[in-house]
Design a protein around this ligand. Structure first.
Ligand SMILES: [Zn+2]
Length: 322
């Protein structure tokens, strides 16, 4: 008796610290994953590609590969062929799609990780059934993706959805990008920590104890835990970050008028502690809010696997267009 395994679709998320690959079924479920440590930025690109190759093959577990979607934490050109720049990866304009396709002998689709997460949430997650959705991913900074009329908006250069560096405070806090007053300096994991640290110097908090009296040791999870336990400083930090989230989302809604806004990333695990103040600020800041529909602001559903699920979905869609 001969047995032919069904070809599988694999998504792989390449972040600054880890490579996470997964086989994704046609309902968007991750059926098997494999991970590797990202070799780093100052290594030969072959090392990073070795890690990707190994993770994808392990996830596929011997099944033939129908196609691979790669979600990369970096700038991907508009053709989806090259990673132009990634702060934590060594690629700088190489034809990543072709190089990886040669390794697996399968078609490869490449996109920015936040775009992939937006596709995943629109197809299988919190924005399922909506024609237009904005996804805001709050990690250390802010990533974003725009789906309009059922299609991912990539822009003229593949750079659409880089919401984190919209200026919300002229002359405000300095940003790693070289600008000042960028949105992610006020609403992100880093902003949460910064805000809590500033408040700690003014008021008593259990965070004194969690950091051993050394505020530089403060982390996002410490603030989340303290807020859940009722600490007022930690809760105030969430209100600040949530309020700024709503202000930025109001600008996006004014520009794009989506059906829904999805908030994902590590900080969004705080749920209504973050989204409550954000909804208030959205209604307050959105022009004409009383005379129009205000889109719901909802938590993402797919968690840390959103990037790989969306990448696999883009690979599947590319195949069906061929
Ligand atoms: Zn910036």
């Amino acid at each position: 008796m001969t047995f032919t395994a069904t070809p599988v679709w694999v998504g792989v998320d390449v972040g600054g610290t880890k490579v996470l690959a997964g086989v994704v079924d046609d309902l968007g479920r991750v059926v098997r994953t494999a991970r590797r440590t990202t070799p780093g930025r100052r290594v030969d690109i072959a090392h990073v590609e070795d890690a990707l190759e190994a993770a994808v093959l392990e996830a596929a577990a011997g099944a033939p590969i129908a196609g691979v979607g790669v979600a990369a934490a970096g700038f991907v050109d508009v053709t989806g062929q090259r990673v132009m720049f990634a702060p934590h990866l060594p690629w700088q304009g190489e034809d990543v799609r072709q190089r990886l396709s040669d390794r697996w002998g399968a078609p490869v689709v490449l996109d920015n990780d936040a775009n992939c997460a937006a596709v995943a949430e629109s197809t299988y997650g919190a924005a399922r059934g909506c024609r237009s959705a904005i996804t805001v991913t709050m990690g250390t900074g802010i990533g974003g993706g725009i789906v309009m009329d059922g299609r991912l908006v990539r822009g003229a250069n593949g750079m659409a959805g880089e919401f984190g560096h919209m200026q919300v405070v002229p002359g405000g806090r300095a940003c790693e990008c070289g600008g000042h007053g960028c949105w992610e300096q006020y609403s992100s994991g880093n902003a949460l920590v910064r805000s809590a640290r500033e408040l700690m110097s003014e008021k008593p908090s259990v965070l004194e104890e969690s950091t051993g009296g050394e505020p530089p040791r403060l982390t996002g999870p410490m603030v989340s835990d303290a807020a859940a336990a009722g600490d007022l400083v930690a809760r105030e930090a969430f209100i600040s970050v949530g309020d700024w989230l709503g202000v930025g989302v109001a600008n996006l809604v004014a520009a794009l008028d989506p059906d829904v806004v999805v908030v994902g990333g590590g900080v969004s695990a705080a749920g209504d502690r973050l989204l409550g103040p954000a909804r208030d600020a959205l209604v307050r800041s959105l022009v004409g809010a009383a005379h129009r529909g205000v889109p719901p602001l909802v938590p993402a559903m797919l968690g840390p696997e959103a990037g790989l699920v969306g990448a696999a979905e883009l690979a599947r869609q590319a195949q069906s267009r061929r």
